[in-house]
Design a binder for this molecule. Structure first.
Ligand code: AMP
Ligand code: ZN
Length: 479
């Protein structure tokens, strides 16, 4: 197996990935701010993290992965107040929608899914540690981090700080902060705002301290991997480093991985620009969960991803091609024996798949490996050269592929129904199902696999699963 190389934003280089403790990876992901529904740009980043965790698991690592929900910030406090709700009630709907979306996109649950508001004490304790080490100062009831005291500030994002280094003091009378770049660890409450009464005074945490406190609580003072979208590198992750390393004197995270943005019509997809789609927007247009996951995963994470509907249609076709191959393997009655060279061909695909993902999660290369094999296997089947003895190895390769990409297993219809799509369709009647199954058996007899596949797909889309028995009979059940 190839050595895993990951691009570390900290060094700016590809580095061999070696966790601190052999066999175990401690990873932190900045989760969503739950003031609204997440959009597919956000999910580009979350799917990348899922591919990363699934690949590491495939390679035998045990994951300790934490993802937080930022359920307190200025927007949440303002929106909750406007809706006359407390913070938990206001954010719950969006937190649930996020969990649902993750399930829908087959994003695995991390080992710890945690909320910022459950960790206020941990944040207060971390701020107290920073206070003792004089990295903080108070101003008008808020507590700020003194960046000038942390010489390594900027090492992640390589930001130019000449304007705020020692000597570039800002007039204290006109500014509440010593330096324009200093950031709030703790914010004084404004009248009417929700606040917590704590040992460091009334108020609420700043965004950055949340992640430092929660990451170190669950994963220890030095994490193996910290991930997020590229827009988080500065200032959020830079500030996390400043807080954590000032408090502990140890490196905070060893590998920093950042996903490039998803763009729509040339611009970053974002709530503030209004150029966004939620998952629900796309499902309402008839697109399927696996196709969206495929589209989001197919471009390597350090490249910008231009989202288009054509691209999503292509992803739909790509997923279908793989599912058809999986079906042909399951249903086909191939001549006995092994095709000369096929086992070597499959093991080459395995190797190329692994090499692609080991190369900083080059998903495009990993996908090329599976589609090349799919083409060769389909061609062999069309020519009647594919042999029964190669079925297992080909299936095993597809199973390995799907442990990371998770698009072949077809539960789109079930997922959509769980979200309330398609519930108006009560599904086909028993008689209709039997009729379609008979048509499919007839098509298969004529070796008209495209028709047989499209009938299977039509039934699957309407919630009916077919199971082909060895004796040629077909059982079906409603999902
Ligand atoms: P937020 O809920 O705004 O904190 O964002 C959640 C995650 O989505 C963060 O890791 C962001 O960096 C990421 N993100 C936001 N917009 C995009 C985008 N257009 N493309 C990729 N990732 C994004
Ligand atoms: Zn964070």
């Amino acid at each position: 197996m190839a050595e895993i190389q990951l691009h570390n934003t900290l060094s700016g280089n590809l580095e061999p990935f070696v966790p601190q403790k052999p066999g175990e990876v401690r990873m932190y992901t900045c989760g969503p701010t739950v003031y609204d529904y997440a959009h597919i740009g956000n999910y580009r980043t979350f799917v990348f993290q899922d591919i990363l965790r699934r690949f590491l698991k495939l390679r035998g690592f045990q994951l300790q992965h934490v993802m937080n929900l930022t359920d307190v910030d200025d927007r949440i406090i303002a929106n909750a107040a406007a809706a006359g709700k407390n913070i938990r009630d206001y954010t719950e709907k969006f937190a649930q929608a996020f969990f649902d979306d993750c399930k829908t996109l087959s994003i695995e649950a991390p080992e710890h899914w945690i909320r910022a508001t459950d960790h206020i004490d941990d944040m207060v304790q971390l701020i107290e540690r920073l206070q003792k080490k004089t990295f903080t100062y108070a101003s008008e009831g808020s507590i700020y981090y003194r960046i000038a005291k942390f010489p390594n500030y900027g090492k992640l994002s390589k930001i130019d700080l000449t304007g705020i280094q020692a000597g570039a003091r800002v007039d204290n009378d006109r500014y509440e902060k010593e330096s324009a770049r200093d950031f709030a660890l703790w914010k004084a409450p404004k009248p009417g705002d929700h606040f917590w009464e704590t040992a460091i005074g009334p108020g609420r945490p700043g965004w950055h301290i949340e992640c430092s406190a929660m990451a170190m609580k669950y994963l220890g003072e030095t994490l193996d991997i910290h991930t997020g979208g590229i827009d988080l590198a500065f200032p959020h992750h830079e500030n996390e480093i400043a807080q954590s390393e000032a408090a502990t004197g140890k490196p905070f995270a060893r590998y920093w991985l950042h996903a490039e943005h998803l763009l729509f019509e040339g611009e970053k997809m974002s709530k503030s620009l209004g150029n966004f789609f939620t998952l629900r927007d796309l499902f309402a247009k008839g697109y399927k969960p696996a196709a969206l996951r495929f589209a989001l995963a197919s471009v390597p994470y350090r490249k910008q991803l231009n989202f288009t509907f054509d691209g999503l249609t292509q992803a739909t076709n790509s997923v279908e091609r793989l599912r058809n191959l999986a079906d042909r393997l399951q249903q086909g009655n191939f001549p006995a024996g092994k095709q000369s060279g096929m086992i070597e061909r499959i093991s080459k695909a395995h190797e190329e798949f692994d090499t692609g993902l080991s190369d900083d999660l080059n998903t495009a290369r990993a996908l090329a490996a599976v589609f090349d094999l799919a083409r060769d296997a389909n061609t062999a089947m069309d020519k009647g050269e594919f042999r029964q003895g190669d079925v297992d190895a080909t299936q095993q390769f597809l199973v390995t592929f799907d442990k990371v990409f998770a698009v072949i297993e077809d539960n789109d219809a079930q997922k959509l129904r769980a979200l309330g799509y398609g519930s108006a369709d009560a599904g086909p009647s028993d008689a209709e199902i039997e009729k379609l199954i008979a048509e499919r058996i007839a098509a298969k007899k004529k070796r008209d696999f495209p028709t047989a596949d499209s009938i299977r797909k039509e039934l699957a889309d309407r919630g009916i699963i077919l199971e082909d028995a060895k004796d040629g009979s077909v059982r079906w059940k409603r999902k």
